[in-house]
Design a protein around this ligand. Structure first.
Ligand SMILES: *Cc1c(COP(=O)(O)O)cnc(C)c1O
Length: 361
């Protein structure tokens, strides 16, 4: 680690080093075929192997039942904000819990295609709180209930799966997919922009209960039709080949490390170090309420913007990159995805303590 910094960016984010090295070693000539993955046909046998393997690994790691299909799509999580209502609303209203920026955008996008009911709105506490089950108002006749499992910008996360009394469950898991076990059978649909935790930017993963496909509105663009993508195994058009290859390497690494339960243990350990500093600090204030805290994105501030800036500048000097908070939250945000080592988390926790000693009497 002489020439690589610790990168705490929220996404695109750090990748596991062994994955980058393997990609480097295979860059010019994949498995002796004489071509780079970037150069091969998406319909050829080599890429078929890469695609099949990545999908099999994805299903294995999250223990995905046969009722569900895994799709490798493009357009980001933002594309799914439109695809979900187009495919799933089927003339009904949909309920959205707004717990941050992205879930708010998702609800607005859905409102273009049908009626949206707000099951929870967290604006008044600047999205520092995740609703309890009792605070959720899910309209019983909703086509689905949508929530964002981990709010990347505000650093909050749901520590439970909402009970919906039979309303199909849809979740944006962009910034936590593969960081913990999920009971996929409880969801009609899970989606994730891959650039936070599992791959480079350009790939969106959708896990869909197949019985929810095939009911899309007539105006649905064909690349947004889940049924068409299921029928074509995500290859209706050219898929993001390189990203799918990189996803495969990341998932291979996750398996070698011990799978999602090990990722879950590690994320608790990493985030625990930072929350421990925050809970014992007189300088920093965590943005998220206890009980609503994210283990992937830790958000905090000093309350003094100039001091926050000094913190971020000082961090960069120590090789701790991208700790500045999003403009909506201000302060700092330290993203601790699967690829972040415990050493990286320790380095930032130490820096937080040192900075406090230097700046607080
Ligand atoms: C980053 C992010 C998005 C937006 O993803 P894009 O791939 O840029 O469209 C949506 N939801 C969450 C939770 C995110 O972290």
């Amino acid at each position: 680690m002489v020439d690589r910094a610790y990168n705490f960016a929220a996404g695109p984010a750090c990748m596991p080093e062994p994955v980058l090295k393997k990609a480097q070693s295979e860059l010019m000539n994949w498995h002796g075929c004489g071509m780079s993955v970037m150069e091969m046909s998406h319909r050829g046998s080599q890429f078929a192997e890469i695609h099949t393997e990545a999908k099999a690994r994805f299903k294995r790691l999250l223990n995905i039942p046969d009722t569900h299909e895994v799709l490798f799509l493009q357009g980001g999580a933002t594309g799914q904000f439109a695809a979900i209502p187009l495919n799933l609303m089927d003339g009904k209203a949909a309920s959205y819990a707004v717990t941050g920026n992205f879930s708010g955008i998702a609800a607005k996008e859905a409102a273009k295609y049908g009626e949206v009911r707000i099951a929870y709105e967290g604006k008044e506490n600047n999205y520092s709180h995740i609703p309890t089950q009792g605070e959720l108002v899910i309209a019983p006749d909703s086509a689905y209930f949508h929530y964002c499992a981990n709010n990347t910008i505000f650093g909050t996360a749901w520590d439970y799966v909402p009970e919906t009394s039979g309303v199909p469950l849809v979740a944006d898991m962009s910034s936590e997919i593969m960081s913990r076990p999920v009971d996929v059978s409880r969801y009609a649909l899970i989606y994730a922009g891959a650039q936070k935790n599992i791959a480079p930017a350009g790939l969106t993963v959708v896990i869909i209960d197949k019985s929810f496909a095939g009911h899309e509105a007539a105006i649905t663009p064909q690349i947004m039709s889940y049924q068409k993508m299921i029928d074509k195994d995500s290859m209706l058009n050219t898929p993001p080949c390189w990203c799918i290859y990189m996803l495969g390497l990341v998932l291979e690494w996750v398996e070698e490390q011990g799978g999602v339960s090990e990722m879950d243990r590690r994320r608790r350990e990493r985030a625990g170090l930072l929350y421990d500093v925050l809970d014992n600090s007189r300088l920093y204030k965590a943005h998220a309420e206890p009980g609503s805290r994210s283990m992937m994105n830790v958000t905090f501030r000093t309350g003094d913007e100039a001091l926050d800036k000094e913190f971020c500048d000082g961090a960069a000097k120590r090789g701790l990159l991208n700790v500045k908070g999003h403009r909506l939250t201000g302060g700092m945000r330290v993203s601790l995805y699967n690829a972040m080592s415990l050493e990286g988390a320790k380095a930032v926790a130490e820096y937080m303590k040192d900075f406090e000693v230097e700046h607080h009497v």
